[in-house]
Design a protein around this ligand. Structure first.
Ligand SMILES: [Zn+2]
Length: 280
């Protein structure tokens, strides 16, 4: 055995999945609003970690920590436990694994020799997630006719560094609502109600800056639901600026996080009501 053999980890094991109950826990409660936190996860499979070139802090910076707490605004929710670097559920199946720096904020994520095995694992998890999501949404649709998905994310605004000024507020709303893949006219009552409820909130003495499609328009989750449930499912892709968590240190502003969760809870009640006005 040479020194370089010793440094090479064993190939990843077959993408036999652990239980989807573990990967993507679902809590089901009353009402037609479902919260998703597909980038909340931070775990990476032990057999893959040996191939990952990122530090834990680098991973965390691009993940959406605490969005699983925001998801508790809705009695029904589905949260991903695994890191988006293992399988990015809000990208297409073909690009579920972040392979090149161009796809990953300039980061080299994986040792190259691992890529084929990792792609298979990422795609198997992607398949399992969308099967589970479709099952859940069909049950909600059967119960309520129409439903709304809060597709919860968070985004960085201090990419120039912890000591550099943050990105300008005019291009970086506190909440970016993505409605790019929906039939916007058909779902207008839901979208307008969400915007109105969120804009009525004051946190730390200031009104929330909530705007539509300024930075993000929604991605694979939104596309999947709008294609599969065109008249019954509305995805609100919600990107919260990381002002409730420090993107460089991971430090949490608990009061702000809980205020946002409360605001989302009120918005969920509002959009549930607004569903009755859709299609009239
Ligand atoms: Zn995200």
């Amino acid at each position: 055995m040479t020194a370089s053999d010793a440094a090479t980890p064993r190939p990843p094991i077959h993408p036999a999945l652990v239980s989807p109950d573990h990967l993507f826990p679902v809590v089901e409660g009353p009402g037609p609003v479902v919260a998703l936190a597909v980038h909340a996860g931070h775990e990476i499979r032990a057999d893959l970690l040996a191939y990952c070139l990122l530090s834990e802090a680098e991973r965390l910076r691009e993940e959406d920590p605490f969005t699983e707490v925001l998801a508790e605004a809705c009695p029904t929710r589905l949260v991903a436990r695994r890191s988006r670097f293992e399988a990015d559920l809000n990208r297409t199946r073909a690009s579920a694994l972040c392979e090149t720096p161009e796809e990953c904020w300039g980061l080299r994520v994986w040792r190259e020799e691992a890529a084929p095995g990792l792609v298979a694992i990422a795609q198997a998890e992607h398949d399992a997630f969308y099967a589970r999501l479709a099952d859940l949404l069909r049950r909600i649709e059967a119960r309520h006719g129409r439903f709304v998905v809060f597709d919860l994310h968070s985004y960085n605004h201090r990419r120039d560094g912890p000591d550099a000024p943050p990105a300008p507020a005019e291009d970086n709303p506190e909440i970016n609502l993505g409605t790019g893949t929906m039939d916007r006219a058909y779902w207008a009552p839901v979208v307008e109600r969400f915007l109105a409820e969120m804009r009525a909130v004051r946190i730390a003495g200031a009104a929330l800056d909530v705007r539509e499609n300024v930075k993000f328009e929604g991605r694979e989750v939104a596309r999947f639901v709008h294609e599969g449930f065109p008249e019954t499912g509305c995805v609100l892709a919600i990107e919260a600026k990381k002002t409730f968590v420090d993107e460089w240190t991971g430090a949490l502003d608990l009061a702000r996080l809980l205020a946002l969760r409360e605001a989302l809870g009120r918005a969920a009640a509002g959009v549930a009501q607004a569903l009755g006005e859709v299609g009239r």
